[in-house]
Design a protein around this ligand. Structure first.
Ligand SMILES: Cc1cc2nc3c(=O)[nH]c(=O)nc-3n(C[C@H](O)[C@H](O)[C@H](O)COP(=O)(O)OP(=O)(O)OC[C@H]3O[C@@H](n4cnc5c(N)ncnc54)[C@H](O)[C@@H]3O)c2cc1C
Ligand SMILES: NC(=O)c1ccc[n+]([C@@H]2O[C@H](COP(=O)([O-])OP(=O)(O)OC[C@H]3O[C@@H](n4cnc5c(N)ncnc54)[C@H](OP(=O)(O)O)[C@@H]3O)[C@@H](O)[C@H]2O)c1
Length: 459
């Protein structure tokens, strides 16, 4: 259709998912030379995705990135609308959205977790890190869960930064957590925690660890935490030595320096111990009616530098533990009506365009998999928007471009959507309630509470 993206016929774009990649996509659209209006849908009544529901609550500085996303929304008032509490694929389908929007950008993140695929994985007391992270961040989906924090020994499988977050929240003194935006109901439970020993298990060696220097260093800066590493784990094979010397591998060198410091200058005082273990893979989780122990197989690395894989040696050890967190990566889920690569957990695309579909695009974790920090999503979403704009001439143009049409559909379905203005009210209330408690915010932890608060304020 000609004329799309002009003053007389602005491009109508639906963004599905108001996380970082959704906001970066909106930002790139508004910064382009075309005339555009954006409606951003989220299944939650609150925006910002994992910035609110994933990023560690004791890293409040990181949460301030939300101010950037807020500016995108506020500076573009009139051409940006938020429709929170609308689940695309349930409340309205992708095919229906095609009727009201010229193009759709799906930025729905990775809503599930990868499985270990070992016996005992489903025993009570074994949890995905996604659940624990959602729970302590007050994500409404996870508030019904309970974690047996009466256990003294916990195993965290995986050594990415999510595993580090989980370990730190378990290890950190409750006084320090009280200054964060962890909801009061969760703090009450964390205050009762008897967790003393946390084992952080990596299937490969220290050179291959996925965590980053700042995050692993933080354990040494916290009061009351001892960090233990087996010196044998720090002896490297030839390929790991070569990896470490690779000019570009500064991450591994920095990690190794921190780990070596933990060995050379051990922290002797502390009532909690974090043991960082390498070259071990879980092969079974055992227990009568609740996890009691985890069986780990010792690994050896093989392969070229930079591509080393862990191979089981057949030697196993058994580690007693009453709570296990699997932190081996998030995983995307399918969106009804769109293709899906189940192995990678992504929607197959070329530079952001869904294969053979010039009206639908993807950005963020659902485009490239669950890797990368907040900032990684900016170039990712920009690439997607560039692809979309390069296809402008091939877009058919939707049948119902008037902005009021979608509101009518949602109204007819009885869907109570939350606008950006509504979110600002919630944001204000949360900060106000937090201030009374000496913390950055006290979150509403259920959709019902958010809607009720809005009814009260708007009455
Ligand atoms: C535990 C954790 C901690 C992290 N900490 C940091 C950190 O400290 N620093 C850093 O730089 N990076 C951090 N990251 C990485 C960062 O959070 C991600 O790079 C980023 O959030 C990915 O953005 P996204 O928009 O692709 O996905 P998400 O942030 O997951 O956003 C997706 C959005 O889509 C919505 N959605 C899903 N399905 C639907 C649907 N069907 N209909 C409507 N809406 C839907 C979701 O509700 C969500 O709001 C962390 C990641 C995790 C998991
Ligand atoms: N502070 C921050 O900046 C911060 C905080 C949290 C998250 N993030 C980012 O968010 C992204 C996701 O983090 P993440 O920790 O979920 O993922 P990740 O960085 O990919 O780490 C996943 C970990 O799980 C291990 N693993 C995967 N499959 C396994 C299996 N079958 N058995 C045993 N171990 C297995 C991986 O080991 P292998 O390496 O051997 O595969 C790796 O140690 C990352 O990019 C991360 O940097 C950033």
């Amino acid at each position: 259709m000609t004329g799309l993206g002009t003053e007389s016929r602005p491009l109508r774009v639906a963004i599905v998912g108001a996380g970082p990649s959704g906001f970066y996509a909106a930002d790139a659209l508004f910064k382009s030379s075309i005339s555009v209006s954006v409606d951003c849908f989220d299944r939650l009544p609150t925006p910002f995705g994992l910035l609110r529901g994933g990023v560690a609550p004791d890293h409040q500085k990181m949460k301030s990135v939300g101010a950037y996303y807020d500016r995108v929304a506020v500076a573009n008032e009139g051409r940006f609308r938020f429709f929170g509490n609308v689940t695309v694929g349930v409340d309205i389908s992708i095919d229906e959205l095609r009727r009201y929007y010229d193009a759709i950008i799906v930025s729905m993140g990775a809503q599930s977790d990868r499985k270990l695929g070992i016996p005992g994985e489903d025993l009570p007391g074994v949890h995905a890190a996604t659940e624990f992270v959602g729970w302590y961040n007050g994500h409404p989906d996870y508030q019904h869960l309970t974690f047996d924090l009466s256990q003294e020994t916990v195993v965290v499988v995986g050594q990415g930064n999510v595993a580090i977050d989980v370990t730190r929240i378990l290890a950190k003194p409750i006084e320090a957590l009280r200054k964060t935006d962890i909801p009061e109901s969760i703090l009450d439970q964390l205050a009762q925690s008897r967790v003393r020993n946390i084992h952080l298990i990596g299937r490969r060696g220290p050179v291959q660890s996925a965590f980053t220097e700042l995050e692993i260093k933080e354990f040494g800066e916290l009061p009351g935490i001892r960090v233990v590493i087996d010196p044998a784990d720090m002896r490297l094979n030839d390929a790991s030595d070569a990896e470490l010397l690779t000019e570009t591998n500064t991450k591994a060198r920095k990690n190794m320096a921190v780990l070596q410091r933990y060995l050379d200058d051990p922290i002797l005082e502390g009532d909690k111990t974090v043991t960082i273990r390498f070259l071990e893979s879980p092969v079974e989780i055992q227990g009568a009616s609740h996890v009691e122990r985890i069986v780990l197989e010792k690994n050896k690395l093989s392969g070229d530098p930079g591509k080393q894989q862990a191979n089981g040696t057949g030697d196993t050890i058994s580690l007693d533990a009453g709570l296990v967190f699997k932190s081996i990566g998030y995983k995307g889920v399918p969106m009804p009506g769109l293709p899906f690569d189940d192995k990678a957990g992504v929607i197959p695309n070329q530079k952001g365009q869904v294969i053979n579909d010039p009206s639908v695009y993807v950005a963020g974790w659902i485009k490239r998999g669950p890797k990368g920090v907040l900032g990684t999503n900016k170039p990712c979403s920009t690439e997607t928007v560039e692809t979309l704009l390069s296809n402008l001439g091939h877009l058919q143009g939707c049948d119902h471009p008037r902005e009021s049409e979608i509101e009518k559909v949602l109204e007819q379905r009885g869907i109570q959507w939350v606008s950006y203005q509504d979110w600002k009210l919630i944001d204000h209330l949360e900060k106000e309630n937090g201030e009374k408690l000496g913390k950055p915010r006290e979150k509403f932890v259920s959709v019902g509470d958010i809607l009720a608060a809005l009814r009260r304020v708007n009455a």
